[in-house]
Design a binder for this molecule. Structure first.
Ligand code: F6R
Length: 369
C-alpha cells in the first residue's frame, strides 16, 4: 500500500503529479468552458458574488492564502482568507452575495465545519473544496468541488495541498470566465499551463537527492526560517509547518518584505534560512527584491538555501545551496516550490529517527473544536 516507499508521506509526495492531474480532469467541456461538481448555486448567483471568504485550517488555509493572490488577480473579486476557528467567533460580515469557500482534505474538521454552518446562517453561499466524498463539510455546503488527490494517510498533508491549490485555481478561472472580465480570455491559457504542472512535478521529484542530503546534514538543527513573497509567502509558512510537525524543530515562515521590520534580528551566524524565490518574470520586480533579501541575510551570516527557477542565475552569488525547480508562470509556482520543502521535512524527520507518518500529538482529522 505504500507503493514501495518507506512511508506513506513519501508515497504521497510522489503521488503529487497525479493529485494535480486528476483534480484537473474533466474540468473543461467541449467549448473550453470550465465545469464544477454538484452545484446548487446558480450561475446568476455566482455572477453576483462581490466577496469571497476562504475558511480553512492549517495547510488547507495556506492553500487558501495562495489562492487569494490568483483569484483576486483573475476575477477582481476581493478574497479574504480566514482561519475557520477565527472566522466562526469573530462576528463576521457576510451576505447572500458572499461566497464562503471552505477547504478541507478530510471534510470532517470541526473548526471548518462550524465556520461553514455559521456562514450559511448568515445567508452566504457556501462552496466546499474537499478530498473526501460523502464527508460532512461537502454535505453541509451548497456546492462542492472535489480534489482528486486520493486518500491521504500520512498525518502531514502534502498531495492534498497541491490538489487544493489546483481546485482553487479551477474555481478562480471558472469565475473569471463566467463573469467575463478582462482576464476571461486568458483563462484557457492558464488552464493549459496548469495541465503542464504534473510533468514538471515528475521532473522535480527526480531531482531531490541534494535536498535529502541537506536534510541529513541538518539533523541537529534547532531552528529553521523560511522566507517568501506573494504566493511564496504561504509556501514559506507551509514549509515551516511541515518542519514543526514532522521534525519537531522550531520553524517560522515570514513574508520576506517583513524581515527588516523585526525578524532579521533572528539572523546570526549559521542560521539556516530557506528562501522561496519568485521567478524572474514576477511582476513588481519581486524577484529582484527577494534577491536583495537573500543578500541582506547572507551578509549577517545566514546559511541560505534558495529555491529558485531553472536558469535564475541572479541568486547564485548569495546562495549556500540552490534548489532548482522547473519554470512556470508566477502564480502557479507554489505547485512546484513547496515540493522541496516537503521533501526536506520528510528527510529531516527520518534523519532524526522520528515517525514520519504519525507525528506526536497530532491526528489526521481534527473532529473537535
Ligand atoms: C498539516 C495538516 C493540518 C491540516 C488541517 C486541516 O500537515 O495536516 O494542518 O491541513 O488540520 O485539515 P483538513 O484539510 O482535513 O480540514
Amino acid at each position: 500500500e505504500k507503493g514501495g516507499y518507506a512511508t506513506f508521506m513519501e508515497k504521497e509526495i510522489h503521488d503529487q503529479p497525479h493529485a494535480v492531474g486528476d483534480t484537473l480532469l474533466g474540468r473543461t467541456d467541449s467549448d473550453g468552458r470550465l465545469v464544477l461538481d454538484d452545484m446548487s448555486i446558480t450561475e446568476d448567483q455566482l455572477k453576483d458574488v462581490d466577496r469571497i471568504i476562504i475558511v480553512a485550517c492549517g495547510t488547507a488555509a495556506y492553500a487558501g492564502m495562495v489562492a487569494k493572490y490568483a483569484i483576486e488577480h483573475w476575477t477582481r473579486i476581493p478574497v479574504e482568507v480566514s482561519l475557520a476557528h477565527e472566522f466562526r467567533y469573530s462576528d463576521p460580515i457576510a451576505s447572500e452575495r458572499t461566497l464562503v469557500v471552505s477547504i478541507s482534505q478530510s471534510g470532517e474538521t470541526m473548526d471548518t465545519l462550524m465556520a461553514v454552518k455559521h456562514a450559511r446562517e448568515l445567508g452566504a453561499l457556501t462552496l466546499s473544496i474537499c478530498n473526501t466524498h460523502g464527508s460532512t463539510i461537502p454535505r453541509e455546503s451548497d456546492a462542492v468541488l472535489y480534489t482528486h488527490a486520493g486518500p491521504e494517510i500520512a498525518v502531514a498533508s502534502t498531495k492534498a495541498f497541491l490538489a487544493q491549490i489546483t481546485a482553487c485555481y479551477v474555481l478562480g478561472l471558472y469565475l473569471a470566465q463566467l463573469r467575463g472580465g478582462t482576464f476571461a480570455d486568458d483563462a484557457q491559457s492558464v488552464m493549459k499551463e496548469l495541465h503542464e504542472i504534473p510533468a514538471k512535478l515528475e521532473e522535480l521529484l527526480g531531482r531531490m537527492d541534494r535536498v535529502k542530503e541537506i536534510a541529513r546534514f541538518m539533523a541537529d538543527t534547532r531552528s529553521v526560517l523560511f522566507l517568501g513573497r506573494n504566493v511564496g509567502y504561504p509556501v514559506a509558512m507551509e514549509g515551516a509547518l511541515k518542519l514543526k510537525e514532522l521534525a519537531y524543530i522550531h520553524a517560522e515562515g515570514f513574508a520576506a518584505g517583513e524581515l527588516k521590520h523585526g525578524p532579521i534580528a533572528l539572523i546570526d551566524a549559521g542560521q539556516p534560512v530557506f528562501i522561496v524565490v519568485p521567478g524572474p518574470g514576477t511582476p513588481h520586480e519581486l524577484h529582484k527584491k527577494v534577491v536583495s533579501n537573500i543578500q541582506e541575510i547572507r551578509a549577517r551570516g545566514a546559511r541560505t538555501i534558495v529555491v529558485a527557477e531553472d536558469g535564475d542565475e541572479d541568486v547564485v552569488p548569495f546562495a549556500d545551496e540552490v534548489i532548482r525547480v522547473p519554470a512556470t508562470s508566477p502564480l502557479l509556482a507554489p505547485l512546484l516550490t513547496v515540493v522541496p520543502l516537503q521533501v526536506f521535512a520528510l528527510h529531516l524527520s527520518t534523519a532524526k529517527g522520528l515517525d514520519v507518518d504519525q507525528p506526536r500529538n497530532l491526528a489526521k482529522s481534527v473532529t473537535v473544536e
